[in-house]
Design a protein around this ligand. Structure first.
Ligand code: PHE
Length: 458
């Protein structure tokens, strides 16, 4: 057993940066814009924001509190809190679902992280005068290549592994405290640039004008899943980070900062990307290549694009790495605890396995080796992993976690962890016990009705 003392963040600021680093990543800059595009814009965006603050933030508080109380890896944290409360250790399964979910996510997350790395190089070579057709072709050719994306995916995973192997305070803290603010600054710049040169009015209209008829049951589930994904919830990441949290850090206040920063970055990414989408007649619902097809046009045309382009992708890569380390951490902390093997060895094994699983997502891209393989109609291998984690494991995991915290853990224990005034506590407790589980259940019930019951009734 690893009987060594459990690690801790060196300060509240370091923790906030690490948690923001986990939350802010490809979910905000790659996923949010294209899912908002596929979801028809306005109504999806508004719903996403409601989910982030009404459901996601209370879950974030709950998950951090569990982590800090349990002081172990997700599986053992769940087990030990359940035992402390005199409840079944079966709750440990919730830790497992997180670890497995995180493993599946990192397998494709690292691939997309690799795309970002490759785009640093492409941007440095210049997107000179790119139009929509050229940037689309460049991206599609790249993901159809059997070798290049795999090399990039390997490099991305190797970077993640090397940081996680060093432990929390080593590489992680230092990287996030400087680079996250830099990413923020460059996003503001991009937003201003594309606002001036692109079709800003159309972007605002698209992103904020609610068109509720576009919101079908599966889009609502997408918005819910995305809100969990972008806050890093229910995968054990936040629970593990919570376990490194000193007792004197105020969890609710931190959670609001994290949720605020997270949604701000998503909106900024939307405002940087959609003016270009509309100015160049790209398809907002065009899927996972959106960022890679739009921004090169801007970089190709703006003054200094040859410098700003690579810088942007480099910072995006950093944001992605600070998230991927939090995806690797839960599994590593559990196996380390369980086997007593060295952290280096555990990290390398899990990282390499996830890399292998991730190669399938690359080969399954259109035009690649397994590009013709399609599941459930038109889903690629990556789509299947994405759907399984975002739309099933995450919301269900979050629902059970809220049921656990709201109904199985004593009120007193949670009051101790939160340490907030009575009125705020009551609001949070009400959300956790009733609103969150019921809302998540309703989103599922709705989609089950839409896809299974209604067709049966004809
Ligand atoms: N929140 C991260 C992002 O938006 C992804 C992530 C999901 C990280 C789940 C950890 C756990 O990119």
């Amino acid at each position: 057993m690893a009987g060594t003392q459990h690690a801790q963040w060196s300060s509240r600021w370091a923790f906030i940066m690490a948690a923001v680093g986990s939350a802010v990543g490809l979910g905000n800059i790659w996923k949010f814009p294209y899912e908002a595009g596929e979801g028809g814009g306005g109504a999806f965006v508004i719903l996403y924001l409601i989910f982030v603050f009404v459901i996601g933030a209370p879950c974030l508080i709950a998950e951090l509190s569990l982590g800090r109380r349990g002081q172990k890896s997700p599986v053992n944290t769940m087990k030990s809190i359940a035992t402390e409360e005199g409840k079944s250790t079966m709750w440990g399964l919730l830790g497992w679902s997180g670890i497995i979910g995180a493993f599946i996510i990192i397998s494709f997350y690292s691939l997309v992280g690799g795309w970002v790395l490759a785009y640093i190089v492409k941007a440095a070579m210049g997107f000179g005068g790119f139009d929509a057709a050229q940037s689309t072709e460049t991206f599609l050719n790249f993901i159809a290549d059997p070798v290049q994306p795999i090399i990039a995916h390997f490099i991305f995973m190797a970077i993640t592994v090397s940081i996680v192997a060093r432990g929390v305070q080593g590489g992680l803290e230092k990287a996030v405290t400087v680079l996250m603010p830099a990413l923020f600054a460059i996003l503001v710049m991009l937003m201003i640039y594309s606002g001036i040169t692109g079709d800003f009015a159309a972007a605002i209209d698209f992103l904020f004008r609610p068109n509720f008829h576009a919101l079908t049951g599966d889009k609502i589930l997408n918005a819910l899943g995305l809100s969990f994904f972008s806050l890093s919830l229910a995968m054990g990441s936040i629970m593990t980070y919570g376990s490194y949290l000193p007792k004197d850090v105020n969890i609710p206040r931190s959670a609001i900062t994290i949720a605020g920063a997270d949604s701000a970055v998503a909106l900024m990414a939307g405002l940087a990307i959609f003016p270009i989408v509309f100015a160049y007649g790209l398809n907002p619902g065009g899927g996972g290549g959106l960022v890679f097809m739009t921004l090169p046009i801007a970089f190709g045309q703006m003054p200094m694009g040859g410098v700003i382009g690579p810088l942007f992708f480099a910072l995006l890569a950093v944001a992605a790495v600070t998230s991927s380390i939090s995806l690797l951490e839960p599994g590593v902390s559990y196996i380390e605890e369980r086997t007593g093997w060295s952290r280096k060895k555990v990290t390398a094994i899990i990282g390499f396995s996830a890399f292998l699983l991730g190669t399938l997502s690359s080969f399954g891209q259109p035009g690649n080796l397994l590009g013709d393989l399609q599941f459930f109609g038109s889903m690629t291998i990556m789509d299947v992993k994405d759907y399984l984690t975002n739309n099933i494991i995450m919301p269900l995991g979050a629902m059970f976690m809220m049921i656990f915290v709201g109904w199985f853990v004593s009120r007193k224990a949670m009051m101790e962890e939160l340490a907030i005034e009575d009125k705020s506590f009551r609001v949070w407790y009400f959300l956790v016990r009733f609103i969150c589980p019921v809302a998540i259940f309703a989103v599922f019930a709705n989609i089950i009705y839409d896809t299974i019951i209604q067709p049966m009734l004809g």
